[in-house]
Write a protein that binds this ligand. Structure first.
Ligand SMILES: Cc1cc2nc3c(=O)[nH]c(=O)nc-3n(C[C@H](O)[C@H](O)[C@H](O)COP(=O)(O)OP(=O)(O)OC[C@H]3O[C@@H](n4cnc5c(N)ncnc54)[C@H](O)[C@@H]3O)c2cc1C
Length: 442
């Protein structure tokens, strides 16, 4: 058989010719409601983690360390890990794609948990079952770390066409991997005009990061001498966190490029005619980064664990115990990362950051290990730290630290320290921060 005829041969025949038995080449089994995703491994508890981002991968790694006989299964829909932190810097080539994007199988094998690439599409807590596109899996403990979803319905109701048009033409790149390349290409191809950036109302993913993105996009516009402007439509009354640091960066580095508009709660978005109505006025745009409100990922809704406000309406975030991270409706389900809901009436939610997702992933693994060992669970609180680049050359960053403590009544209290003076030292600390985290779970 020459090379050409080999390539044109039907696959089964070609493999038979190579000595590989063809009888085993069956079509993939159809997924039925009873198809088991995986048999149980060993006699230890099975702990299923849904969502393999910052929170989920950390939880999986530490569960295996603390409970060596546990059957730990991580369910993730993406084939690779993509980091939110540093992704703004990647937009202007300060880090490469390889810096953000990582193989997930290597850490799964290194730490000894099972990774399954599949999408979670239902959760039946009464049966302790997770349904996925590849079958069902039962659990003793379930950890939900699905991150966020873009709640376009808050803008468009049931108008799926408007939501899809917005996603397609004005991507915001706030969910791992999806839309990141589209946004980068858009920036590289930008020839001039007005870019509008809507900020979601709090709470939302990584509060300081949209301002960082505006600075780095403005840096690109400035250094490439593009006649462009960025209008930040911010629903908050002032820039926060690190307000003074960002204000100084906007005024000193990008005075002709960035305009920050406070109190600009979005009232109406017309993506087709490129027009936005806000509480602070109406804006026409040439291009846009349109961020609708953020909510907990779909899996929290599937599990029926979304909290309710005083008005009885869904809060959009998981209803959890503020110190133990268990769902209030189900002690065997934990929520880690951005999907976590209300923590304290002093500050609301923990910052929706990778730092917190990683810290809580570690804490939850420890808490589950204590339960499995029949010990009392000791409540541990996370901390938070975010570094934000405001200048591309020389590279300079500002940052914010959050510390947490319990008051005598068990309420979680937050202290916030803004580092408003931009410096190269903070850039070095940022790279040290991410290197330490990546080395921990990747
Ligand atoms: C531009 C930007 C800059 C940022 N900068 C920083 C920073 O400097 N510092 C910082 O601390 N944080 C930063 N963040 C925030 C950080 O990325 C998030 O807080 C962090 O990723 C939250 O972790 P998580 O595990 O909750 O969610 P994610 O990391 O988003 O992981 C969720 C995972 O769940 C998967 N998933 C969701 N639904 C399903 C499903 N149904 N089935 C299977 N899998 C599913 C997703 O594919 C994803 O991999 C930034 C974010 C962005 C977008």
């Amino acid at each position: 058989m020459d090379r050409r005829s080999f390539l044109l041969t039907p696959p089964a025949l070609a493999l038979g010719a190579l000595g590989i038995p063809t009888a085993s080449l069956a079509a993939p089994a159809a997924v039925h409601s009873t198809t088991q995703l995986l048999p149980r491994r060993g006699k230890g508890p099975r702990i299923v983690i849904a969502g393999g981002g910052w929170g989920g991968m950390t939880t999986a790694r530490y569960l295996r360390q603390h409970i060596p006989n546990a059957d730990v299964v991580l369910l993730e829909r993406n084939p690779t890990f993509w980091s939110g932190p540093m992704s703004n810097k990647w937009l202007i080539d300060i880090v490469s794609t390889d810096f953000l994007n990582h193989d997930m199988l290597a850490p799964a094998n290194r730490y000894g948990y099972t990774l399954v690439n599949t999408e979670v599409n239902a959760i039946e807590r009464d049966k302790k079952l997770v349904r996925t596109t590849h079958g069902v899996i039962d659990y003793d403990y379930l950890v939900l770390s699905g991150g966020i979803r873009n709640a376009y319905d808050a803008w468009f109701g049931n108008d799926a066409h408007a939501a899809e048009y917005t996603r397609k033409h004005f991507p915001n790149a706030y969910v791992p991997n999806a839309e990141m390349f589209a946004l980068k290409r858009k920036l590289k191809e930008f020839k001039g005009g007005t870019i509008v950036m809507t900020l979601p109302p709090p709470p939302h993913r990584c509060p300081p990061s949209p301002y960082e993105r505006a600075c780095l996009m403005a840096w690109h516009i400035k250094t490439s001498k593009i006649p462009g402007k960025i209008i930040i439509l911010d629903p908050k009354p002032k820039i926060a966190p690190i307000g003074e640091g960002y204000k100084a960066a906007f005024e000193e580095l990008y005075p002709d490029i960035i305009t920050h508009v406070p109190n600009a709660t979005v009232k109406e978005v017309d993506p087709f005619n490129k027009r936005i109505k806000t509480a602070a006025g109406d804006f026409d745009f040439d291009d846009a980064v349109l961020m609708p409100p953020h909510q907990a990922a779909d899996m929290i809704w599937y599990a029926d664990l979304i909290g309710k406000g005083a008005d009885g309406k869904p809060t959009g975030w998981a209803d959890i115990h503020p110190r133990l991270f268990t769902a209030n409706a189900d002690q065997d389900v934990y929520v880690v990362g951005d999907a976590m809901g209300f923590i304290s009436d002093q500050f609301g939610h923990y910052p929706k950051s990778a730092h917190v997702a990683h810290a809580v992933g570690k804490i939850v693994a420890q808490n589950i290990a204590e339960r499995v060992a029949g010990k009392e669970v000791v409540a541990v609180l996370p901390d938070n730290l975010c570094y934000m680049m405001v200048n591309g050359d020389p590279q300079e960053e500002i940052s914010v630290v959050f510390e947490y403590a319990l008051d005598p009544n068990g309420k979680v209290l937050q202290t916030q320290i803004d580092m408003d003076v931009r410096s190269a030292d903070l850039v070095a600390k940022d790279f040290e921060w991410i290197k330490t985290r990546f080395n921990d779970f990747l």
